[in-house]
Design a protein around this ligand. Structure first.
Ligand code: CO
Length: 170
C-alpha cells in the first residue's frame, strides 16, 4: 500500500466524468488499498478515485459501526444511489478543498447499489454522515465538488457559531 497525492480544487481532473470500472484485477485492489490508506492518513471520511487522479468509478467511505464504534472502510465500485429520503443540512468539507466548509443539503438516508472489489453486486444503506459521504463521493465521479452545492464557504466565525448553536440545542 502507498499514499497517493490528493488533487486540489482547480485541477481539471476533478471536473471530469469517470468511466465505469470493468476490470476487477490487482490494479483495482491496489487502487482501493491506496485510497483507504490515503483517506485515513488525511483524516477524511471519504475519497473518490478522481481525487487521486484516476478517472474510474470507485470510492471509499469510512463508516463507524453502531454500538462498539469500530471504524471500517466501505469500498464502492460503480456505485449508484437507488433510494433516498429525508433531508439534512450541515457543514461539509472535502480533502480536495482543505480547510473549507460550506452548508450543504443532502438526503438523510440513502441506499446505494455497488460492486465490491471482486465485481459482486451488493447494496448498502447509510444515514447521517455516512449518507452525506456516499452522496459527496458519488458526486466526485460526475466531476462535481460540494462547493457547487453550497451558498458560500463558511468563515471561521460562521463555523464556530454554527457548532456553538448546535451544542446549545443538544
Ligand atoms: Co470530496
Amino acid at each position: 500500500m502507498a499514499l497517493r497525492n490528493i488533487l486540489k480544487a482547480g485541477d481539471e481532473t476533478l471536473a471530469k466524468h469517470c468511466r465505469p470500472v470493468t476490470d476487477f484485477n490487482h490494479r483495482l485492489h491496489e487502487l482501493l488499498d491506496d485510497m483507504a490508506e490515503t483517506m485515513l492518513s488525511a483524516n477524511g471520511v471519504g475519497l473518490a478515485a478522481p481525487q487521486v487522479g484516476v478517472l474510474r468509478r470507485a470510492v471509499v467511505v469510512l463508516e463507524t459501526a453502531p454500538g462498539e464504534g469500530k471504524e471500517y472502510v466501505i469500498e464502492l465500485v460503480n456505485p449508484e444511489i437507488i433510494e433516498q429520503d429525508g433531508e439534512q443540512e450541515d457543514p461539509e468539507g472535502c480533502l480536495s478543498v482543505p480547510g473549507s466548509f460550506g452548508l450543504v443539503k443532502r438526503p438523510y438516508h440513502v441506499k446505494v447499489r455497488a460492486q465490491d472489489r471482486n465485481g459482486d453486486t451488493f447494496e448498502v444503506e447509510g444515514e447521517g454522515l455516512t449518507a452525506r459521504a456516499f452522496c459527496h463521493e458519488i458526486d466526485h465521479l460526475e466531476g462535481h465538488l460540494f462547493t457547487e452545492l453550497c451558498d458560500h464557504i463558511l468563515s471561521d466565525e460562521e463555523l464556530e457559531a454554527y457548532y456553538a448553536q448546535k451544542e446549545d440545542k443538544s
